[in-house]
Design a protein around this ligand. Sequence first.
Ligand code: CFM
Length: 474
Amino acid sequence: TMQFKCNETLPERGTHIALKVAGGGCQRGDGTSCGIVSNSATTPGDMTERGCTYAGCRGVVGGPVKDAIQLTHGPIGCAFFSWGYRPHLADTDFHMKYTFVSDMNETNIVFGGEKKLLQSIIEASREFPEAKAVFVYNTCSTALIGDDGRDVAKQAEAIIGKPVVFFECEGFKGVSQSMGHHVGNETIFRQLVGSAEPEGDFSRTINIVGDYNIKNDIRTFEYLFEAIGLKIITRFTGNVGVDELRIMHKAALNVIHCQRSATYIADMMHDKYGTPAINVTLWGIKHMSQALRDTAKFFGLEAEAEAVIERELAKIQPKIDYYRERLKGKTVFIYQGGPRTWHWIELLRELGMETMTAATTFGHEDDYEKIFDQLAEGAMMIDNPNVPEIEEILTKRRPDLFISGNKEKYLAYKLGVPFVNGHTYDTGPYAGFIGMVNFARDIDKALHAPIWGTLRNKARPAPAAHHSAHGFAH
Ligand code: CFM
């Protein structure tokens, strides 16, 4: 059966690994039948790369809101290390430039931090009157001492006359940052959505749900939706303002892109307002085209969508053909936080490449189902891989390319494996049709960098014989 070296000390890791075998079946690392275990607590001692609930709420869902004061209730380190690492850009940079913290010190931990939090909210909102709201994020320390942030938020709201939104996203809640997405969705829905009622015709409007405008991804797809005659009301939460979140319920359709981090709010809107939703992938030729078709169909704008798709594909097709010629036959290890792993299998195929190993940090069962369905025979799927496992995959399975994040970048370089940053993008944007050309260009650059020809002591062993090329340790 499949075994990684670290399975000797962490035998339960076997339940997180599966291989797609001939006939589309599955072999799991512990020898039992499939589905792998996911979204479960990491064993202490396992070198996981997971983030905490606070990270998922502050860093992923709440943090992109561009005109809110982003205030951490906790020690200064929680604020500093949640600031600036994710380029969720907007047309203003207030949210990227500043970070706020109640700066809990030892005395506050002993005697309580509620007064300090209230002062912090008041001070920050006086200092930055242009902000439309204050978002307060709870951390482990303030949750453990029992500070009543909800009550403080209510008091503060009465004083400053603006929404103060308190996120109960203490780091230890849940098993990964995924819980933070959930808390972020529920809190924004409860506190903001539906709190303004504009007049007007909303019959041809959509929300883009679950895009965070990483390195301006929206520039690659929003104009496509607009070109077929639709208006985007609210973005959840890339390049969004507080006032847009308040009127999110007015849109005729939710178009859900990141289905791990944002399906929650679409479900709540469906229950409360009856808003229909569709799932889309805004990456790659086939999926981006399908997204436009499915969205257009809802509004009876099919002909407009076809015209847009034809016009846009004509622009990129020669470039895609050029890169496909250079990239075809290469194998890839994709390791992303969640859905991007399954979003990209098809895009890579469109570039002539095959995913031979697929992993996520915090994916749930539905993410792994989507990954497994799309993988070819012989491919491996692994949940929440730890650092020694990633190293084994890179050295034993030997992908031609590793698509992952900054945490893995230098490991890849040290092992001599071409690498592309799929989380924060070193260049980007990568979504939509024009973004795919950027993605292909960056993959090409990584694979064909002259440095690989100059390595003297290749950390990677010589290629294994063909039929054991799936070679993890046995
Ligand atoms: Fe959604 Fe994301 Fe992702 Fe994600 Fe993330 Fe990200 Fe990601 Mo990094 S929201 S789940 S928590 S698509 S920051 S923009 S790239 S791990 S796969």
